[in-house]
Design a binder for this molecule. Structure first.
Ligand code: SMG
Ligand code: MG
Length: 372
């Protein structure tokens, strides 16, 4: 395909309830969308970067800059390109994986719409529905937390993930384990809030039969995760640390992680996410699909990814109404704790352009051939 223009849209969407993690409390989702216009048709990609660089080093304003000054110009320079060639065209830019992933997703959407192929069939999806978990933020009190978890259980979610941090760990986990009973699937995510000094505290979590503990230590610190994995019974799962397939295989071989959270944005795109999935499958390492409070655009692609064979654990692929009263595509609705994998061309969802305009933080920015 040949690029004609890239339009960037920045939206602010209110959340139905605040989402608190070990690093921030969010009341809205500021989300960057990439709308690609090419000679074979159009595509949309969602950028998972947050407004602030607190989850990882990327943030929305940085992605806007990198997409405008580097990534889009490299597509114009390429002339004729395919989704499979995008990562190579972007390789001169170090890092900035979330920015790269958003553009690559838009290219893939345009390409697959033109060839009438769904993301699911392109990825090699093996299921029509995916099991859904839900990520539950830090609550003001344990009764508030139990109310929230109880409502998700009622809605049918198959797995609960609790955000934890020092001072909000053993007590909430114990209370939720009691609520769920011994068979309820439960896991925790620390978003790097601990150090090895907390090892004894983290070992106390072994009493609650958790599926996994996600990213207790800073992303660069693989060694401490190895030591923790040797010292506790709960499986360690890396999220932030896993920036590509090579890092994942290394972390697995060193014993730092025995389960992987796959987020396409964090690893630089859906094509790298598929490679990571394939590597984990061949190593016998279970994977699950992470989430970044996506709108319907990113959620559709995530659900298609999660339909691949190696995604054997429920993902953070919640229904649209977990975060948003209204989605910018047709909403994803839970059916028996599952989401249906879209089968239409590309992501299979339609962007409600009137909402893109209504929720815009600034007017759409068009990047043409003379940028960069
Ligand atoms: O999309 O349901 C979702 C969010 C799931 O907890 C979630 N994501 O570390 O896994 C994670 C976090 C990152 C975003 S927190 C603002
Ligand atoms: Mg995480």
């Amino acid at each position: 395909m040949r690029l004609e223009a890239v339009e960037l849209h920045l939206l602010a969407i209110p959340l139905v309830r605040p989402f608190e993690t070990s690093f921030s409390r969010q009341t809205g989702r500021e989300v960057l969308l990439v709308h690609l216009i090419t000679d074979i048709g159009e595509g949309w990609g969602e950028c998972v970067a947050m407004a602030d660089p607190f989850y990882s080093s990327e943030h929305v304003a940085g992605c806007v800059d990198v997409i405008t000054r580097y990534l889009t110009p490299s597509l114009f320079r390429a002339g004729d390109f395919t989704a499979e060639g995008v990562a190579g065209l972007f390789s001169l830019v170090v890092g900035h994986r979330m920015a790269k992933a958003a553009v690559e997703a838009a290219v893939l959407d345009a390409q697959l719409r033109a060839t009438k192929t769904s993301f699911g069939s392109y990825f090699g999806a093996v299921r029509e529905f995916v099991d859904c978990g839900v990520s539950v933020g830090i609550s003001p009190t344990i009764p508030d937390l139990l109310d929230e978890v109880g409502s998700y259980v009622e809605q049918g979610y198959k797995r609960i993930k609790l955000k934890i941090k020092p001072g909000w760990d053993v007590a909430p986990v114990a209370a939720v384990r009691e609520l769920l009973g011994p068979d309820g699937l439960l896991q925790v995510d620390a978003n790097t809030a601990y150090t090895l000094d907390d090892l004894e505290r983290l070992r106390e979590l072994d009493a609650f039969d958790l599926l996994l503990i996600e990213q207790p230590f800073v992303e660069e610190d693989i060694r401490s995760h190895v030591l923790l994995a040797q010292a506790i019974a709960t499986p360690v799962c890396l999220d932030e640390s896993i920036v590509d397939t090579g890092v994942a295989v290394d972390a697995i071989e060193r014993g730092a992680t025995s389960i992987i959270n796959i987020k396409a944005g964090r690893v630089g795109g859906y094509l790298e996410a598929v490679r990571l999935h394939d590597a984990c499958l061949s190593l016998g390492v279970p994977v699950w699909c992470g989430g970044m409070l996506e709108t319907g655009i990113g959620r559709a692609a995530n659900v298609a990814l999660a339909a691949m064979a190696g995604f054997t654990l429920p993902g953070d692929t919640s229904a649209s109404d977990r975060y948003f009263a209204e989605d910018i595509t047709e909403p994803f609705v839970l059916e028996n704790g599952q989401l249906r994998v879209p089968t239409g061309s590309g992501t299979g969802v339609t962007v409600r352009t009137e909402l893109v305009t209504d929720w815009a933080v600034w007017p759409a920015r068009t990047i043409g051939p003379d940028a960069g």
